[in-house]
Design a protein around this ligand. Structure first.
Ligand SMILES: [Zn+2]
Ligand SMILES: [Zn+2]
Length: 339
């Protein structure tokens, strides 16, 4: 089988290697589709602080179970599946208290452990998540980023009928927007500076889109939601500017969820947190129940991930897929690799 190793930033080496055999508690998956995500591009560019080389990337994928180990009895060859690409210790405080997404020893496949950029991939059985018949391989490969959105919406404490602002209309922003609507938001507004992304967001359910390079966000919020404004702000950009915007536009006493990965030490008007009794909280990864809800939202059409796929590349052309995701960011949402 073919295996793609990122040996250094910007250089992928293809090797012909033997197919893996399932360990007693493992499942071997034949990989079918895998999305390229923003964090992958950071690794490609040598800008990911927590990844060392060589690394086999690939963490948002779907496939078919090829074989299972002797201790595996609930998963059968032939099943269509995705996986939770996180490896956790099970013994730290968060793990022992039902929050393994923030495990002290968290390793994510494709970053701190090897991922799925290969034809066959062995994973621990407890990581395998079955896909229903209605979900094909491409949307199946997008359950993982959709679960990021589901987890963020859960963290927001959104109540039925709530009004949500999502900052950033990349794949995570749009999936979060759709998750919010699927989880009970009455109206959702989403922002970006790229019109093509906003148009896609509108096509898949955004009630309001705002190009913040051209329009005033305060006016847009007031026009859309009146004096009561927003119930929840979810930041999916990861920039100082977007975080500051979140603080400025959040309604007094409301919650801001930070999903975007922010570098450096942003300068923010944190005094307003106190003065306006704002809550600003983080959201990382997901747990099994987030995967299951994401699958249900996709199965029932409340999340439509396929519309976000802008380009497809065969696995053999993986470096081109990275280049496309990196250099033509403004024209792409999700770049998909097909095996
Ligand atoms: Zn990802
Ligand atoms: Zn742990």
């Amino acid at each position: 089988m073919l295996q793609a190793t990122m040996v250094e930033p910007g250089r992928i080496q293809f090797d012909e290697v033997p197919r893996p055999e399932a360990g007693v508690d493992e499942v071997v998956i034949e990989v079918k589709a895998c999305g390229i995500c923003g964090s992958d591009v950071h690794v490609w560019k040598g800008e990911h602080p927590f990844t060392s080389y060589p690394i086999i990337q690939g963490h948002e994928f779907s496939g078919v179970v090829d074989s299972v180990g002797t201790n595996v009895d609930s998963i059968n060859p032939g099943a269509k599946v995705t996986i939770e690409p996180s490896l956790v210790c099970g013994t730290c405080h968060p793990c022992r208290h039902g929050r393994y997404n923030i495990c002290d020893n968290l390793k994510v496949m494709g970053f701190q452990a090897d991922g799925c950029h290969r034809n066959f991939f062995a994973v621990p059985q407890q990581k395998v998540v079955p896909l229903p018949p209605e979900i094909s391989f491409e949307p199946g490969a997008m359950v993982e980023p959709a679960a990021v959105g589901v987890h963020a919406v859960k963290r927001s404490g959104l109540k039925a009928g709530g009004r949500v602002l999502v900052l950033g209309a990349g794949p995570i922003g749009i999936l979060t927007m759709q998750a919010a609507k699927g989880m009970g938001a009455s109206e959702v507004m989403i922002t970006d500076v790229v019109n093509f992304r906003l148009e896609t967001a509108r096509r898949v359910g955004a009630d309001y889109t705002v190009n913040v390079a051209e329009e005033d966000l305060f006016d847009s919020i007031k026009g859309a939601f009146g004096r009561d404004g927003l119930d929840v702000v979810i930041e999916c950009v990861g920039s100082e500017q977007a975080l500051e915007t979140a603080i400025q536009v959040a309604r007094k006493g409301s919650r801001i969820v930070v999903v975007g990965v922010v570098g450096g030490r942003p300068r923010l008007s944190l005094g307003l947190l106190q003065d306006r009794e704002l809550e600003m909280i983080g959201s990382l990864m997901y747990m099994r129940e987030d995967f299951e809800l994401a699958i249900d939202l996709i199965r029932t059409g409340r999340i439509n991930p396929v519309q976000l796929i802008t380009r497809r590349f065969e696995f053999e052309h993986l470096p081109e897929a990275y280049r496309e995701a990196d250099e033509r960011k403004g024209q792409n949402l999700k770049v998909m690799v097909i095996f």
